[in-house]
Each structure stands twice: as structure tokens, then as C-alpha cells.
Design a protein around this ligand. Structure first.
Ligand code: BGC
Length: 579
């Protein structure tokens, strides 16, 4: 849980409830006293919303206040704004212009006197979301309105009402595909039940059935419903990773979509995902989406005129398709009330320098605004698929040796942070100051940042000079913090857990440990994957890792493919150790 002061964000139902009560006894107005009243249907409609700024869930309840049962009903009402229906349940919902029609489904056609039927739907909108002021059932007005009236039924919360921290008191989905790989490794049983994320890294992954993506999204969600039976709340983690011109500063995870394939991204990737995730069958799951790792930070750090620029990142900055794609994903997925969007925010060894820090937060804010509302973003994730330690216990950014700050050491090199947790906490404040909700929470991918094993320091380094001190203290065993591919010496990090520190919603295993970051030599493939020399152990580097050795393990398969030797090393060097 990231905020300390209640009320939690997004539980705005009480404030925004329209509480429209409308009642009349249809057909009784003209009856003369003493005349036998014909049995009549009359109605009262309760309308309430759960609004998150760019969309809302509307709940309607029709009560038969008359004295005759009805068998078949059609409710109609009008919106005054641009509210657009996305999906309804418990009734057949349709919309024509500003008029919404809600028809019984057959099984709920009958409403006995004093009985109530309810239905719900999700809508998107921009601007103002005024409640409708009149309702009619079967063409007859339900009567006087009382828009200021109290909500007669404030509880329970509508399905999908977002909580501040989705991981709080929740089980998390164990991906059976990864679990099977882990369990098949010697010693792997000890961690095979840890939750890891499902990666949607190409269109085919949505339906599944192809090599490397055997289980499709629906099947995963159906599995999640089964696993959820043992838990009060349940999180399903899914990585949305298929931007046009993907991975513009590297080659190992280039994807299937070309730099200008933005329409394909929207229509054939995001739309089908949104359609599946909004299925009411999954409304009780807390769906955590990890949105497009590595993309936006690249537009800050790896573009001209910087020395670190790549041609592909310049192209993606110029065509705006990273921003447009992410804004679209945030909008479509953010319209689903039980989806929690977490945007990738790089890691301390990337965004922790002053030049990158504020500029990245500003770009994230711009893209969130482009999506229609900053509230489409529930939080951010750091260190996805990376190796930076969660904390460096033996030195801190505030230390100095002989009056020389650790910031002046070769390793820290003027960065403001030495580990991901302090970075995540600092960056969270920066994001809030840029305009994000003060309730945003951070995730840290701890799947491979443990740095245990025999080489792990057990205390601070010598105070002889600042470099000796940092070198002796740091857990991070890389040649340079910009190294990212299959790092030699790394171990599994903190096991997944909720609310580990202030501002941090969870430690999560997003990169499934044992899946390669990239091949160590060129391997032909039909996945769009390139060969990046950062995955070649003999490579001596480039401006993005300050010309250091890559530190990559040899004999690695394509990114995403199972890499048994890496899994074994991660297990052996786990910290906390795996018993
Ligand atoms: C790859 C993806 C893979 C993911 C998880 C990425 O580096 O590009 O194809 O699904 O890692 O292992």
C-alpha cells in the first residue's frame, strides 16, 4: 500500500453516486375511487456509478413498485455527454446516440411486485459524466426524479471497484507454463510455486497455441479463476509488450511490429486484449498490467543528440508511436474497472541521473494525459527484467569517504541513487509532483536481482578511498549498471510479496527467471528477435554501458526461451537463499 492517509483512491462511489430514485404507479393515476384497480406494473430505478475519470461502471436496479408482475422489460435512458458503452452484463445493453437501452436477458425477464433486478455496464467518457435524469421501462416513464437523493444501497461495492494496492491480502497467479519449466529443473521445485507474470509479447500470444506461448490469455485467466478459489482476493499479472519498433535501443527483444505499425498494435493487439480482460467472468480478479517495458525511457536517454542515441529510438521519438500506443493501451485497459495499469519506469541505473529523472516523469505524465486521464495509471514498475539490487545495505548515496561523496565514485558516477527501492520511492514523489495521483504505488521486479552466493559482500568496503569503499560494499556484481543481458553471477531476488516498503505496492517476479534476455550469438528466428552484442560475453560495450564488458552468460538462447544454465545459476545465487 503506497499511501499513508485514507481515503484510498478511486473508491469514489459515495461521492459520485447519482442516487436517482424514480417512482410512480403506472396506470393508476386516473383511477376513480372505489373502482377495482387493474393490476399494474410500476417502477423505481436506482442508478449509481463508480467513476475513475475517463470511464465508469453504471449499475441500474429496477424495482417493481406496482402490484403486477412484469414478464419482459426494456429500460431506456439518455446521457447528456459523450458516454460510450463498452460492455454490459446481466442484460442486453445497447446504445444509439445518447440513448441507452437495457433489455432483459430472458432469464431475468420476470420482476414480481417488490422484486428488483440489477444490471451493470462499463462506459468510457471525457468531460462531464452527468447522471441521466429520467428513466422509462417498457416505454413508460418511471416518474419523479430525485437526483440528490441518497443512494439506498451503498454496499456492496460494484464488481471491480479498484483498491489502493491490488496486491494487499491477495494471492497471485502462478503461471503453469513457467512453473513446469522451473519444476523440471534440479532443485527448481523449491520456487516453482512462485507467481510470475504472463507475457503478451506478440499477437499470437493472446490466443496461444504457438511455440513459447502455449497457453493463451483466456486460458490463463480461466486458470486464475481456479487458483483464486483459495484466496479472498487474487492478482493476475500480465505484461503488455508489443509496441511498434519495440526495444529501439537494443536488438534482442525487437518485436513483430514495424515502427509505423501503430494501427496493427491498436486493432490486433490492444483491442483483443481489452476485450478478453473486460469479460465479466474475470471481473473479480485484480488484473495487473505491466505496460510496455523499456519504451518511454528510451525516448529520453537514447535519442539524438546524446552519444547514446540509436537510429531506431530517434525514429520512434519522431513518429510518436510509443506515446500513441501506450496512451491507447492505458485508455483501453484503464476503462476496465478491475485492471490496474503499471507503466514501466526503467531502473535506477538508467533514470536515476538528474538529466533523465525529471524528464522521464514529465514524459510519463504527458502520455497519461494523452490517454484521457492520469487515473488510467495506477502505478509504475522499476527494474523489470533487470538486475539492479532492491537495496544496497552496505552503502548509501549519502556516504562519503575522506570528504568525497560516493556519487563521485566510478560505479555511482553522479547518479542520485544506488538501488532500486530508494529510486522507486524518490521517483514516485517526482511523478506525484508532475501531476499523478498521490495514491500511485510502485512495483519492483525482484526476480533476478538477489546477488547472493560466495561473492556477496557481508559488510561495508574499506574506507581507504571512495572507489574501494563502493567496490567493497556493493552487492551488484555487474561490470556496469547499464548491463542488462543474462548477467553472470546474478541470483533470484526477494520472493514476491505485498507492501514491502513505503510507496511500494509489491515485489513481483515479472521476468520469469530462467527465460533468456537474448541470444549470445546470432540465431535465426521468426519472432522478430535480433542479435544484440550486449548478450555476447566477449563484447566490450558501447556508450550505453560506458564501454564495459557485457557480463552476459555464454550459450544463451533467444530472448524468452528457456535457459537452463541461467536458471541454475539464479537458484544457486539466490538472495534470500533458497533452502
Ligand atoms: C522477450 C519476450 C519474453 C520475455 C519474458 C523478453 O525479453 O523479448 O519474448 O516473453 O522476455 O521472458
Amino acid at each position: 500500500m503506497s499511501r499513508t492517509n485514507p481515503p484510498p483512491r478511486r473508491r469514489r462511489r459515495a461521492l459520485l453516486t447519482a442516487g436517482v430514485l424514480a417512482a410512480t404507479a403506472l396506470g393508476t393515476g386516473g383511477l376513480m375511487q372505489g373502482q377495482a384497480a387493474a393490476a399494474a406494473f410500476a417502477c423505481e430505478v436506482d442508478y449509481s456509478v463508480n467513476d475513475w475519470g475517463s470511464g465508469f461502471t453504471a449499475n441500474v436496479s429496477i424495482t417493481n413498485t406496482g402490484d403486477a408482475a412484469t414478464n419482459g422489460w426494456t429500460l431506456t435512458y439518455n446521457y447528456a455527454g459523450n458516454q460510450r458503452l463498452s460492455q454490459g452484463w446481466n442484460a442486453v445493453w445497447s446504445q444509439s446516440g445518447q440513448t441507452v437501452t437495457v433489455e432483459d436477458t430472458g432469464w431475468n425477464a420476470a420482476i414480481a411486485p417488490n422484486a428488483t433486478v440489477s444490471a451493470g455496464a462499463n462506459f468510457t467518457y471525457s468531460g462531464t459524466n452527468a447522471a441521466p435524469t429520467a428513466f422509462s421501462v417498457n416505454g413508460v416513464a418511471c416518474g419523479d426524479e430525485d437526483p440528490g437523493g441518497p443512494d439506498p444501497d451503498p454496499d456492496p461495492d460494484p464488481p471491480g471497484d479498484r483498491v489502493d494496492n491490488p496486491y494487499a491480502n491477495a494471492g497471485v497467479y502462478v503461471n503453469p507454463d513457467w512453473s513446469a519449466h522451473a519444476a523440471a529443473e534440479p532443485g527448481g521445485d523449491a520456487i516453482a510455486n512462485e507467481p510470475t507474470a504472463v507475457w503478451l509479447d506478440r499477437r499470437a500470444a493472446i490466443t496461444g497455441g504457438s511455440a513459447g506461448n502455449s497457453t493463451g490469455l483466456r486460458e490463463h485467466l480461466d486458470n486464475a479463476l481456479v487458483q483464486a478459489q483459495d484466496h479472498e482476493n487474487f492478482v493476475f499479472q500480465v505484461v503488455v509488450y508489443n509496441l511498434p519498433g519495440r526495444d529501439c535501443a537494443a536488438l534482442a527483444s525487437n518485436g513483430e511490429l514495424a515502427a509505423d505499425d501503430i494501427d496493427t498494435y491498436k486493432n490486433e493487439f490492444i483491442d483483443p486484449i481489452a476485450e478478453i480482460l473486460s469479460d465479466p467472468a474475470y471481473a473479480d480478479l485484480r488484473i495487473v498490467t505491466i505496460v510496455e517495458i523499456d519504451s518511454l525511457p528510451n525516448l529520453i536517454t537514447n535519442v539524438s543528440p546524446r552519444e547514446t542515441a540509436t537510429e531506431n529510438c530517434d525514429t520512434m521519438l519522431a513518429n510518436g508511436n510509443y506515446q500513441e500506443g501506450i496512451a491507447y493501451a492505458l485508455q483501453e485497459l484503464g476503462a476496465i474497472p478491475n485492471v490496474y495499469n503499471y507503466v514501466d519506469a526503467g531502473h535506477y541505473g538508467w533514470i536515476g541521473w538528474d538529466d533523465n529523472f525529471g524528464a522521464s516523469a514529465e514524459l510519463f505524465h504527458d502520455v497519461a494525459v494523452q490517454s484521457g486521464s492520469v487515473d488510467n495509471v495506477h502505478g509504475f514498475i522499476v527494474n523489470t527484467a533487470n538486475y539492479g539490487p532492491t537495496t544496497e545495505p552496505y552503502y548509501s548515496i549519502n556516504d562519503s569517504v575522506g570528504g568525497v561523496s560516493v556519487r563521485q565514485s566510478d560505479w555511482v558516477d553522479w547518479n542520485r541513487y544506488v538501488d532500486n527501492q530508494s529510486f522507486a520511492q524518490g521517483f514516485r514523489q517526482e511523478l506525484i509532483s508532475q501531476g499523478f495521483d498521490s495514491g500511485i504505488g510502485m512495483l519492483i521486479d525482484t526476480s533476478r536481482n538477489g546477488w547472493g552466493g560466495p561473492d556477496r559482500p557481508t559488510g561495508p568496503g574499506p574506507m581507504t578511498d571512495v572507489n574501494a569503499y563502493v567496490e567493497g560494499s556493493r552487492l551488484d556484481g555487474r561490470f556496469q549498471a547499464g548491463n542488462w543481458c543474462n548477467q553472470s553471477g546474478a541470483g533470484l531476488g526477494e520472493r514476491p510479496q505485498a507492501s514491502p516498503a513505503t510507496g511500494i505496492d509489491a515485489y513481483a517476479w515479472i521476468k520469469p527467471p530462467g527465460e533468456s534476455d537474448g541470444s549470445s550469438e546470432l540465431i535465426d528466428n521468426d519472432e522478430g528477435k535480433g542479435f544484440d552484442r550486449m548478450c555476447d560475453p566477449t563484447y566490450e560495450g558501447n556508450p550505453r554501458n560506458n564501454f564495459n564488458m557485457s557480463g552476459a552468460l555464454p550459450n544463451a538462447p533467444l530472448s524468452g526461451h528457456w535457459f537452463s544454465a541461467q536458471f541454475q545459476e539464479l537458484l544457486a545465487n539466490a538472495y534470500p537463499p533458497v533452502n
